[in-house]
Design a protein around this ligand. Structure first.
Ligand code: UD1
Ligand code: CA
Length: 449
């Protein structure tokens, strides 16, 4: 069965008090819209259509950033969820299969739940995702009779008896795409809100002799975001779930609540993550690595057996091969550190390639930026970079070469050579003693006078 995803994302999100459209607010470093789109990916949709309205150009750019093949339909006036779905339909005219409607501001629907809905379509023409609400509040209510769903009634239009129902509408639904296209055309706006309600398709389908059913899910999955407070709650919910998934997958987190993950963080089993490690987007860590306390990682790859931190910073493009050690106050950006490289203290490595088993001494800096351009530093295998070496890029250091402590290296160093780029030491016998005497005498004279 082919699947098309329709993601509704036209709303303004007034209660966010923000210039940014609601669906672009981030959870774990990704717009909440991406979370919804990612959930839908489990169904391997043939087509994805996002309905944008408020700040549509910004929403479109974000959609394409996640999936360049996704399409965007623009709903210029937000006349209701059925009207929104109708805007997507012209892009499905030639599509044969099921359409699943998701909301861009409901980021946590699980892949299993969507699969269950897809399976339930074998039994019903329309499948609606429902949940038992602890506090049903203003959600739409699902009016059922045994297994089957009769209709959905919006809170504003519901009778007291209907408001007592606790089975609520998540908004997610699945139906044959051409059936859905026909049904949304029939929806009217003669209701309390004066809107075209998507949930009305259920009663319309039943009036035409079709069947509708409910697939239940956990209320946590249907968590919607309407305010900054709810966004913070969604972030906390994401983090809690991501941490427990890591633990279940064999990652050691000593203090899980202090570790912050990104939407796409991948960590292999038996990797140890100490307290207060922060992940930005785009991090992959292989099995059996060790991420020590207070390290900050983004856009990087850490291989098996590598040790990072405490207090290390890996920035985009940092790639650490197996058994690399990056210690305290070391920053790595856009650089490849081959197997066994050690940079244990106080170092900046940017725009560099470093060969196997090379040792980078404390305080080493790749001077990669001339104020306009960035330049690369290349260091061979088994080299020894003395403490406090300034490597003025572009520069290359050969295999097995050494640089003397405190050197400023501006020229390439051939393999096996020792490069010294520092002033020669001058030692003056007895000079310090005489200088101290002179200075102390001066101080004594001043305090008398
Ligand atoms: C909707 C459902 C309600 C359900 C609830 C679950 C309707 C009429 N009601 O109510 O039964 O319990 O969700 O959260 O559908 N949108 C558009 N264009 C529009 C209107 C909305 O794209 O013209 C988008 C919004 O950006 C949002 C989603 O559709 O992502 C839901 O719209 P919203 O107005 O929040 O619906 P609710 O009133 O919450
Ligand atoms: Ca809502």
């Amino acid at each position: 069965m082919s699947i098309a995803l329709i993601v509704l994302a036209a709303g303004k999100g007034t209660r966010m008090e923000s210039d940014l459209p609601k669906v672009l607010h981030r959870i774990a470093h990704a717009p909440m819209l991406w979370h919804a789109m990612r959930a839908g990916q489990a169904l391997e949709p043939e087509r994805t259509i996002v309905v944008a309205g408020h700040e549509a150009a910004q929403v479109q750019a974000s959609v394409l950033g996640y999936d360049p093949e996704a399409r965007v339909a623009v709903q210029t006036e937000q006349l209701g969820t059925a009207h929104a779905v109708a805007q997507a339909m012209p892009q499905l005219e030639d599509f044969d299969g099921d359409a699943i409607v998701l909301y861009g501001d409901t980021p946590f629907i699980s892949q299993d739940t969507l699969e269950a809905m897809s399976v339930a379509r074998a039994r019903h023409d329309i499948v609606v995702l429902g949940f038992e609400a602890a506090d049903p509040g203003r959600y739409g209510r699902l009016v059922t009779e045994g297994e089957s769903l009769l209709r959905i009634v919006e809170y504003k239009d519901a009778t007291e008896e209907e408001r007592a129902i606790t089975l609520c509408n998540s908004g997610v639904l699945c139906a044959d795409a051409s059936l859905l296209a026909d049904l949304v055309k029939l929806v009217k706006n003669d209701n309390a809100a004066g809107e075209y309600y998507l949930p009305d398709v259920v009663a319309l389908a039943r009036a035409n002799g079709l069947s509708a059913g409910v697939v239940p899910c956990d209320e946590a999955e249907t968590l919607g975001v309407n305010s900054r407070a709810e966004l913070a709650g969604a972030e906390a919910a994401f983090q809690a779930r991501a941490r427990s998934e890591l633990l279940e997958n064999g990652v050691a987190l000593a203090a899980p609540e202090t570790v912050f993950l990104a939407w796409d963080t991948v960590i292999g089993r038996d990797t140890e993550v100490e307290p207060n490690v922060i992940f930005g987007p785009g991090v992959t860590v292989e099995s059996g690595a060790r991420l020590r306390a207070f390290s900050h990682l983004e856009g990087c790859h850490v291989s098996r057996g590598a040790v990072v931190g405490p207090f290390a910073r890996l920035r985009p493009g940092a790639e650490l091969a197996e058994e690399v050690h990056v210690g305290n106050f070391v920053e790595v950006k856009n650089a490849y550190l081959a197997e066994g490289v050690k940079a244990n203290h106080l170092t900046y490595i940017g725009d560099a390639d470093i060969g196997e088993r090379t040792n980078i001494g404390a305080g080493t800096i790749t001077c990669n930026y001339d104020g306009v351009f960035k330049h690369r530093t290349t260091i061979g295998r088994g080299a020894f970079i003395g403490s406090d070496t300034m490597l003025v890029a572009p520069v290359s250091i050969g295999d097995g070469a050494m640089t003397g402590t405190g050197s400023v290296i501006t020229e390439d160093v051939p393999p096996g050579a020792l490069a010294l780029g520092r002033a020669k030491q001058v030692t003056k016998q007895g000079f310090a003693t005489r200088l101290f005497e002179m200075l102390r005498a001066k101080k004594a004279k001043q305090s008398k006078g």
